[in-house]
Design a protein around this ligand. Structure first.
Ligand SMILES: [Zn+2]
Length: 161
């Protein structure tokens, strides 16, 4: 999870919402990624989807058996779907996402007997750090927006009448 957090920090440096993921196979990290939605302007470039794609390429299989996916934030419906489709047997995540999480918060997509794949889920690993990096990111974003607004107002009021 520390490695996933490192990925999340890389995202923050790019001005991306800081979410990171790594995928482990036979005790080794075979894929790592961070959210790149703003950079790519592509809604599917979530960290989890990218590690799944990279791992499939490396293992030469769409079935990611005997792997563990570590991600800093509870997966969204899209990523939970990809986890089911790629048969990842184990997911470990940090913080819950009460607004979009589909593993424990809004839905339990990874543990729904109606699907043909059941995933072993562990939550709350380094949850505080994983959540804090998001809180800090959004706070800084709000402050930057506020400062920009203030600067705009000052520029407007100093314009000659
Ligand atoms: Zn996602």
């Amino acid at each position: 999870m520390n490695q996933a957090l490192e990925e999340a920090k890389k995202a923050a440096l790019l001005g991306e919402v800081p979410i990171g993921a790594v995928l482990v196979y036979e005790g080794e990290i075979i894929a790592r990624a961070h959210n790149l939605r703003e950079t790519t302007q592509n809604a599917t470039t979530h960290a989890e989807l990218m590690v799944i794609q990279e791992a499939c390429k490396k293992l030469g299989s769409w079935r990611l058996e005997q792997t563990t996916l570590y991600v800093t934030l509870e997966p969204c419906p899209m990523c939970a779907g990809a986890i089911l489709q790629s048969r990842v047997p184990r997911v470990v995540y940090g913080a819950r996402d009460i607004k979009a999480g589909c593993v424990d918060s809004l839905y339990h997509l990874l543990n729904d007997a109606r699907f043909n794949h059941d995933c072993d889920v562990t939550e709350g690993i380094l949850a505080e750090e994983c959540g804090q990096i998001l809180t800090d990111f959004f706070r800084a974003l709000r402050e930057r927006k506020k400062a920009e607004k203030k600067a705009r107002k000052m520029a407007e009021s100093s314009e000659p009448q």
